[in-house]
Design a protein around this ligand. Structure first.
Ligand SMILES: [Zn+2]
Ligand SMILES: [Zn+2]
Length: 270
């Protein structure tokens, strides 16, 4: 399995000390599948730069509706237009997302494209919407792989958000999305070979995991320790704490395993 980091940062750029950190998007490749996790602004440019044929990506998991994770309309339009101009290149996309997204997509699409609210199939790929929350722990097969969702706490509990676990080729990949400290993320992370975990709360902001719903490095480390995670990878950090500060804060949790502070376009095998 291979993870490609397309965005290790947040919605903020031009912040002090923050370079080359774009908003969250990731690709996991197995022997047979290519799956994208979150779809942030301009992701197709980053996919191209990383060597992917973005038009061929047809399994996309969205953690929640915040715009730094969910700019799918733009991606979808691009593929539809490629289909229109160059002939069918991608005729179906499976979108795995919280119910808040799957149930509002048609409204969102109609707002963007009042000229084609029905998504005529001659241009637009067929969009298969998979509601992954309410109830959570939805399971879907992607080829031979198993994708499972876990509802998580985020945005004062007002945002329908989930983490994902992908079991493929005998390995377990877990993606936190945005989350505070909650049962869902602890269960999702259990025994992960690679746990791609947000760490967007600043180190001093120790109440955030239980208030707004982001993790400090130490809170993420505590989850990884208790879950027996084999490799912890941080993303979604502001850059307002240095890498060394984040590592030191995480180690206070007692987690001693491999720890990577992800950078854009980094690739990790697991
Ligand atoms: Zn969020
Ligand atoms: Zn976010």
């Amino acid at each position: 399995m291979k993870l490609t980091i397309l965005g290790s940062g947040t919605c903020g750029s031009q912040m002090p000390g923050v370079e080359n950190r774009q908003p969250p998007a990731f690709v996991v490749e197995s022997k047979t599948q290519t799956i994208m996790f979150d779809c942030s602004e301009g992701v197709r440019f980053r996919l191209e730069k990383a060597g992917f044929d973005y038009v061929k990506i047809n399994h996309i998991c969205i953690s929640h509706s915040h715009p730094d994770h969910y700019a799918f309309v733009h991606f979808f339009q691009s593929i539809g237009c490629i289909n229109s101009w160059l002939g069918p290149h991608n005729e179906r996309i499976d979108l795995y997302a919280p119910r808040q997204i799957t149930e509002s997509f048609n409204t969102l699409w109609a707002m963007y494209t009042p000229d084609d609210p029905e998504r005529e199939k001659r241009i637009w790929p067929h969009l298969e919407l998979h509601p992954m929350t309410n109830p959570d722990k939805q399971e879907r097969k992607i080829g031979e792989h198993k994708l499972t969702s876990y509802s998580v706490y985020h945005g004062f509990g007002q945002v329908d958000a989930c983490a994902f676990r992908l079991e493929a080729d005998g390995r377990n990949f877990v993606y936190s999305g945005d989350t505070g400290d909650c049962d869902g993320i602890r269960e999702a992370a259990e025994g992960a070979d690679l746990f791609l975990c947000e760490a967007s709360a600043r180190i001093h902001d120790v109440e955030n995991p239980y208030k707004y719903g982001h993790l400090t490095p130490k809170a993420a480390g505590d989850i990884a320790l208790k879950a027996g995670v084999k490799h912890l990878v941080f993303f979604h950090y502001t850059g307002l704490n240095t890498d060394d500060e984040m590592i030191a804060d995480c180690r206070k949790s007692g987690y001693e395993g491999p720890l990577t502070i992800a950078k854009d376009f980094q690739q990790l095998d697991f």
